[in-house]
Design a protein around this ligand. Sequence first.
Ligand code: NAD
Length: 484
Amino acid sequence: MSQFQLKDKDLFRQQCYINGQWCDAEDGATIDVDNPSTGDIIGQVPRMREADTLQAIAAADRAFPAWRDKTADERAQLLYRWYELMMEHQDDLGAIMTLEQGKPLAESKGEIAYAASFLKWFAEEARRVYGDTIPAAKPGQHIVVIKQPVGVTAAITPWNFPASMITRKAGAALAAGCTMVVKPASATPYSALALGELATRAGIPAGVINVITGSAAAISSTITSSPVVRKVSFTGSTEVGSQLMSQCAEHIQKVSLELGGNAPFLVFDDADLDKAVEGAIASKFRNTGQTCVCVNRFLVQDGVHDAFVEKLKAAIERLKVGDGFEDGVTQAPLINKGAVDKVLEHIKDAREKGGKVILGGEAHERGGNFVQPTLIVDATQDMEFCVEETFGPLAAVIRFQDEQEGIRLANDTPFGLASYFYSENIHRVWRVAEALEAGMVGINEGLISNAAAPFGGVKESGLGREGSKYGIEEYCEVKYLCMG
Ligand code: NAD
């Protein structure tokens, strides 16, 4: 940890957290974790496999009855304490995140606050898991619906939001009375392990939450072949999500899938262009373009195309590329070399198909995992970036003529996570909002994530919702009681 000193060194955990204990892999194997800004090895975490995963599942299973039987208020207080501890340690948690994930420190601290907000939100929601009474079919009969926790659950999470993708699941699961085994991405285990440390300090009982790092294939196949695990919640790529969904078929495990997107960002002739550019920068370049709700396709109407491009170019030129620990940096490195290659491949493909690079277009002079923020115009829907997520700082602009064409292009993708559009015309706002095939629509707004709102996608972007009052339902079974 060369660039910073943690105020609380015990937050940097290099072991896994099972049944309230810190432990190594059964065979002692480890994985190296590096800093994407420098390539330096930060440390090692256990490379757990089947036997370790079974131990974590068994711990969650043993902890379940007592956790389920706590009152909602008791669970809420523990979750709330976990939230408070995250906020008390926001600086250290942010630093750990920047070290392993690369994102600018201010963004890391922002993610910690966002991640903690799910614990707070679900601490409150724990008290509101209401049932129903329903008019019965016969005199003297009573129909009552109660909600109960599904049981032992598992979360498999990605590297791009190392803390919030965990709390968005664990907050809901624990509030509902479920226990959980969490497997974070191998690139960003330390943020997850720090959450385990804070869960202990918050007084969350042993086994209620367990964090294991290691082989994705071995851990996930152990989870999906265990009849003890009743639900798997996955955030990551559509490819892996689809594979996990078929694995979950064996024991009919419930699944929630938060998968990839290919968000369109429509700018209509009647848009406020300054607002649109502000939203475009926030949505496209946050986390250096590595968010599932990142704009992947700018669709701009002919009448404002040139003016929008000019303003967007000026805004991109103001972005500062560098190590996430440097002051004022807004664009950090990508997670690894593979991510850099993908962005450069999308730029090359766009060039070959007639796109014009008007800013950037190359690897950054800093080398390593840095890429220049890039702007391409004259893009077309047959380019590779329209088929798969770029996951990097490439803004490519497609021109369209009228509203119908804009909507058709926006929906011309197998994905349906986020979408955005800018218009000052209230009639158009309603028409377009209803026509876009997406789980989330930002209307004159580029930042849509919020613990109070339902997050999730349609089409190949996923199943289920996280956050909001809907998020806790994913961890509840509905039981019908028929009283004669
Ligand atoms: P990924 O699918 O490669 O990995 C996600 C998780 O799955 C990691 O923990 C990884 O170790 C594990 N994994 C990898 N291969 C596996 C396998 N064969 N079986 C089981 N688990 C496996 O995704 P990533 O590269 O870490 O994350 C980026 C992707 O996540 C993007 O597609 C992004 O859009 C998506 N994402 C979606 C959301 C959302 O809420 N919809 C949020 C963040 C990221």
